[in-house]
Design a protein around this ligand. Sequence first.
Ligand SMILES: [Zn+2]
Length: 488
Amino acid sequence: MSYEAVIGLEIHAQLLTATKIFCGCPTAFGAPPNAHTCPVCVGLPGALPVLNRQAVDLAVTAAVALGCDVHERSVFARKNYFYPDLPKGYQISQFEQPLATGGGLTLPRLRQGSGEAGAEGEKFVQLTRIHMEEDAGKSLHEGFADSDRKTYLDYNRSGVPLVEIVTEPDMRSAEEAAVFFETLRQILVWLRVNDGNMDEGSLRCDANVSVRRVGETKLGTKTEVKNVNSFRYLEKAIQFEIGRHIDVLDHGGRIVQETRLFDAAQGKTYSMRSKEEAHDYRYFPEPDLPPLMVSDERRQKIVAALPELPEQRRRRFIEQYALPPYDAALLTQTRGVADYFEATARHSGNPKASSNWVMGEVLRNMKERAIEIEAVPIAPDALAGLITIVEKGTISSTVAKDVFAKMYDSGRAAADIVAAEGLAQISDSSSLEPIVQKIIRAHPEVLEEIRAGKDRKFQFLVGQVMKETKGKGDPKLVTELLKAAIGT
Ligand SMILES: [Zn+2]
């Protein structure tokens, strides 16, 4: 019997504001517990919420970039439940009238080995809604035995602004879900709406998973896997759930609708609470906040300020600069790298060489040093300077890598380093000829082998001459002179 998986995602993304959604407390991560709190965000009686304007602008930015309809009027609602990390006894969220509905996201590519659409296939995943809400605090548990078990509460995160992005159940494999989450993260970070930091919990994903027989249109019973904070874990958790559902059904069992957690160490999900114990949230409109009004004018202003999105930029790089799709995809991973590449290409007038340098030395240094593009000390015009002297043949590409390293460490211009250190390429025969003769004299046995037909040995001599010139010999000229000297 063959089955098909049906997956929908709910993503919580922290909005990149300086202060919380309903009070002036800072949102900065890593402060001592409860340092960033006030009567509003710990829910003291009589404290009143005031909506953060910047949080609304960021939520609207995400919504318009994702093609949603932003509603002129939306309503904050109380979601009532008791939990120690929620001191008010309710979370302020949006329910019946969310900020935005509709929209969606095209998955740019599926990784290899995926079925239906193929490697270059595109898939559109529709969004149900985007709404705003506040985050809860954090419980930290310690100890296992009943006698020494303790729970600590940190309300620094309480009241941090979030958007919840809910998809339709449009995904059909764990891989599609992981690619969706990755693509959404890239866009939110690109928009500077979210910092993308999943380790600090500023982006988290819940997955609703069910399976049904192929050809069936009715949805199967779903389970929800909560709070997954990595693409790889999301894929593994969904994969595990799909397998578990199929196994239960194949053995004549029944799927229980429940919330589950993923144990990364074991690679398994386990039950957290069943539907029977689930809350009735008794939503009602938040009486302390007026309806949220987003005027057409305000929305238009945000639309006008939207940056070119990664997918549009990737396509433009292919067309405008004639870059291979591989280059364009790599260069548009982040907005900073894309900007850096474009500035380098503009200054150097050579897009492909600029692409090679950014994909090569620049990204390699960023990875090795674990830094972002903004921290790379070589400015795009300086890198363009290096590209220009390589193009002119002033230095070889081998020497150019050393010059790059020296530029990185010293902040000096490429041309200055080349002049000061005498690194210019030797491309006149009169300087190279004596070196060629010296190498030939030093290796008579190699010469005999070449004359006996071992062509491979020729590269050895080229290498020796290059070594003697400390990499500065023009390799083409060295090859010509050697050939002439040996008489091959
Ligand atoms: Zn506060």
